[in-house]
Design a protein around this ligand. Structure first.
Ligand SMILES: Nc1ncnc2c1ncn2[C@@H]1O[C@H](COP(=O)(O)OP(=O)(O)OP(=O)(O)O)[C@@H](O)[C@H]1O
Ligand SMILES: [Zn+2]
Length: 831
């Protein structure tokens, strides 16, 4: 008897193993690796994913329960994605179901039901009717029918239903949130022109609308939505129904994908003639694809070097060879221009996946990929799970971006997943950036492979397209400005440059580096700062609502009028927000037109596109914003970039702080002078000698990287060592300290028994260090205290497995104590 191995969707360590179920006869042929199924589990019915099919079972057959249902005709996951999920759960220490669920569109999660209904007319039903009787009568009505109910009611027809679905005669759709998530359009299918002309002769002259409709259809003989037809000839859909009664047209519902870009047209583009630098960069990528090698390339090209055109032409080759491509872009802010470039080149074969789509839109885009109607997927981090089956190329644009790491479980990094997925497909990975992550640079230049996987191949493009110069970068020491009595937000140099651009009608990008510079409230008499009573975090001032909010737990309180600690009235908010800059711009440069782009102005769907279009059409002088204005944008009239408070994030207690600052400044500087007009950059700082800032001035990525790597090596930080951060949280500190200490000694003991030294020396042999337990940088969150152990180790050993074993050993004790444990392998955020 055949048995399905199922991972049930309960994200706990206890259920993190496959359970065996019998496949009942009525579901024979329906269950595959990757199928989503409903299974009995104790008193409940749970959803799960089939991860294996076997002829034997761990438990005696008599004890096995049968599967209740299979939830989709086409399994949502392929065997390859299931294998990838298994790898993710080992690599980032999460339950397998968490990794599997991360691969499904939201519409397929939680409680939902599948419906089927006939896709095209009913002709094919007539052919099959003899064989299947009742079932087809049910389908003939054209109404969606519950898949699970159909399979129960017509157990002998399961295989036919499946075949019809595969042949596209039936469609399946998901029902979510009490709506069948399908959009149908009543469509008019005319008879051949000859018959319509004959019909025309029979219609009396006074039925002028009917005549006009027939004439219209005879002329444009093609299917047309009823509403459109009625509009075109000035009649009603009811009037069209009479044509149907007389057999001249057929009207039936046709399903339509919800296309988030339906109202946009993308003027089509053809491949550009590559510059010699681009051609040289593309060659090795193409030959690796042609040879079916699964290789990773780092495409290190300065800002404006034309990386996107290389991606486009590599993808074209990939498609021509019959394979599919995935393109990852860091975040929603970047997608508008990228989506446009990809849609313009590859048209309807591009599916777009990002978090701003509705569940329904995302599900339809996902289906386009799953059903082979789309062959290029462009999207944010999770698009790495696009359900393709023949991937030839994976591109990660701005590969250094932190948004590629997911901060909640599964805490995967899309870059690592891409490399593994490419290995499974024999595909090529292209990591593109002007400021590669130091780990990637080390891997490509020195063959470092401490992060696991193969070393990358280095491709460098040191020049901009058409030898356009990189912008000139000026550094302004704000301490000097203050000495000279300038207390304004803008230095004299920046203010002059802004005036100059306004006069020339050129455009500007202003970046407010706000990380670590939140607007907080402080008493100037006693130094008291307003902090969240539940979290160890200062509250952020919101001008709109005039209240203070905790960005971690949502706690809010009214703005204090007097200091709660010393009752002084001199309590006010500090720091600079984009709103404040906007006001200062308006006050300093009368008539200046500013677009402010930050979390507050971009919550609405489509708002990014609108702002960027407005800016491109030069209806504004300044694009002002946070990180989201720094990357990827390409506007010809931007000739000035200004950075306010460049060093705001330099002092954050994170070993990547200076790398991040350098990357952000280089990226934003790169927005200037990308076309004919030359660009200029003004960086305001209180720390003008800092290497992160001076290296930007010299456009010196390599110098910066080499010096930073020396430091990393001394300290044993990535890429020379790896980190695992294990965080424990609980209401009681003593409890945390005891569990934390138990973990640390357990892990050290395990390492010692394997002969692993526990002093860390990057140059030495396999070694591991366990730091802590110490209070986490965020010491309390939602009333729970947090302690962490940082495990630092050489990349040539599998410390994840040791951590997992140590935690498993502590299992019962930890569970009884109520301490929550969270593990972050290769953490990106130290805060
Ligand atoms: N072969 C070419 N001929 C002419 N123009 C080109 C060519 N390749 C690219 N360009 C143009 O050069 C500009 C910069 O290219 P692109 O935006 O791809 O740069 P990039 O390397 O992605 O930069 P960034 O890292 O800053 O995003 C674009 O306007 C693009 O249209
Ligand atoms: Zn809070």
């Amino acid at each position: 008897m055949t048995v399905a191995r199922v991972i049930v969707d309960v994200p706990s360590r206890d259920t993190d193993r496959p359970f065996d179920y019998l496949i009942p006869d009525r579901l024979a042929g329906w269950v595959e690796v990757g199928s989503r199924v409903a299974v009995p589990f104790g008193p409940r019915t749970l959803q799960g994913i089939v991860t294996g099919i076997a002829e034997d079972a761990d438990v005696a057959y008599a004890k096995l329960k049968p599967l209740e249902d299979v939830l989709d005709a086409l399994p949502p996951l392929s065997p390859e994605l299931v294998e990838l999920a298994e790898w993710i759960s080992r690599r980032w220490l999460c339950p397998l179901t968490v990794a599997l669920q991360a691969m499904l569109p939201a519409a397929l999660k939680g409680r939902s039901e599948k419906y089927v209904f006939p896709a095209f007319g009913a002709e094919w039903l007539e052919e099959e009717i003899v064989r299947s009787g009742g079932l087809l009568d049910a389908l003939r009505k054209g109404k969606p029918l519950k898949l699970a109910a159909l399979l129960k009611q017509y157990p002998n027809q399961g295989l036919s239903i499946k075949r019809w679905l595969r042949e596209g005669k039936l469609e399946e759709r998901q029902r979510v949130e009490n709506q069948v998530s399908v959009k149908t359009v009543l469509t008019v299918f005319p008879q051949p022109t000859g018959e319509l002309l004959q019909a025309l002769e029979k219609v009396p002259a006074r039925a002028s609308k009917q005549r006009e409709t027939l004439r219209y259809l005879a002329e444009h003989n093609e299917a047309i939505p009823a509403v459109k037809l009625a509009e075109a000839v000035g009649t009603t859909t009811t009037a069209i129904r009479t044509l149907e009664e007389r057999g001249w047209v057929e009207i039936r519902p046709v399903t339509e994908d919800r296309d988030p870009y339906a109202d946009r047209d993308f003027p089509s583009t053809t491949p550009m003639k590559l510059t010699p630098g681009q051609a040289e960069a593309l060659t090795p990528i193409q030959s690796a694809m042609a040879n079916g090698e699964s290789r990773t390339f780092l495409l290190h090209g300065v800002t404006g070097s034309g990386k996107t055109e290389i991606y486009l032409q590599a993808i074209q080759r990939c498609l021509e060879s019959g394979r599919e491509a995935i393109v990852l872009v860091p975040e929603i802010a970047l997608t508008p221009q990228m989506v446009e470039r990809f849609k313009s080149r590859f048209g309807a074969s591009v599916a777009v996946l990002h978090s701003r789509l509705s569940h329904g839109e995302r599900y339809d885009e996902w289906r386009k990929i799953r059903e082979g109607r789309a062959r290029v997927a462009v999207g944010a981090r999770s698009a790495i799970f696009a359900p393709f089956t023949k991937i030839g190329l994976i591109v990660i644009d701005e590969e250094h971006e932190t948004s590629y790491k997911q901060e909640e479980s599964p805490k995967y990094h899309a870059r690592d997943v891409a490399v593994e997925r490419a290995r499974l497909h024999g595909a090529v990975v292209v990591l593109g950036s002007a400021t590669p992550a130091l780990e990637t640079y080390d891997s490509a230049v020195y063959g470092g492979r401490d992060q696991g996987g193969e070393a990358a191949t280095y491709i460098v493009m040191p020049d901009r397209v058409a030898n356009r110069p990189l912008p000139r970068v000026h550094i302004v020491d704000m301490r000097e400005e203050l000495k000279l009595g300038n207390r304004a937000m803008f230095s004299r140099m920046l203010a002059d440059a802004i005036r100059d651009r306004l006069a020339k009608r050129e455009q500007m990008v202003l970046l407010l580096n706000r990380r670590g510079y939140a607007t907080f409230v402080m008493c100037r008499s006693c130094g008291h700062t307003a902090a969240c009573p539940h979290c160890e975090i200062s509250l952020t001032y919101h001008r709109g609502s005039q209240n203070l909010r905790c960005h971690y737990c949502g706690y809010s309180e009214a703005e204090p009028k007097t200091c709660p600690s010393c009752e002084s009235p001199h309590i006010r908010f500090f720091g600079t927000g984009t709103q404040k800059v906007e006001e200062a711009l308006a006050a300093t440069f009368p008539g200046i037109r500013v677009i402010r782009m930050d979390v507050d102005t971009t919550t609405e769907k489509g708002s990014h596109e609108r702002w960027l279009t407005e800016f491109r059409e030069r209806r504004a002088d300044v694009l002002l914003g946070t990180q989201m204005v720094a990357k990827g944008l390409d506007f010809p009239y931007v000739t000035l970039v200004g950075v306010l408070a460049a060093d705001a994030a330099l002092r954050l207690p994170d070993f990547r702080a200076s790398e991040r600052t350098f990357q952000l400044l280089t990226q934003v500087a790169g927005r200037a002078g990308r076309h004919e007009l030359p660009g200029e950059v003004v960086i305001q700082t209180y720390d003008p000698e800092h290497e992160s800032i001076t290296s930007v001035q010299g456009h010196d990525y390599i110098g910066f990287a080499e010096r930073a790597l020396v430091l990393r090596k001394q300290l044993g930080y990535p890429p020379y060592g790896r980190l695992i951060c294990v965080t424990f949280s609980h209401e009681s500190v003593p409890m945390l300290l005891s569990v934390g200490a138990q973990f640390a000694s357990g892990l050290k003991g395990r390492a010692a028994s394997l002969g692993i030294r526990h002093d860390f020396d990057a140059a030495g042999s396999s070694a591991m260090e366990v730091l802590g337990p110490v209070s986490s940088p965020i010491a309390r969150l939602k009333d729970r205290y947090r302690f962490q152990c940082m495990v630092k180790y050489r990349g040539d050993m599998d410390a994840s497995a040791l951590v997992a074993e140590t935690l498993a050993d502590m299992g019962e004790a930890v569970k009884r104590s109520g301490v929550q444990v969270s593990v972050d392998v290769d953490p990106q955020m130290m805060l």
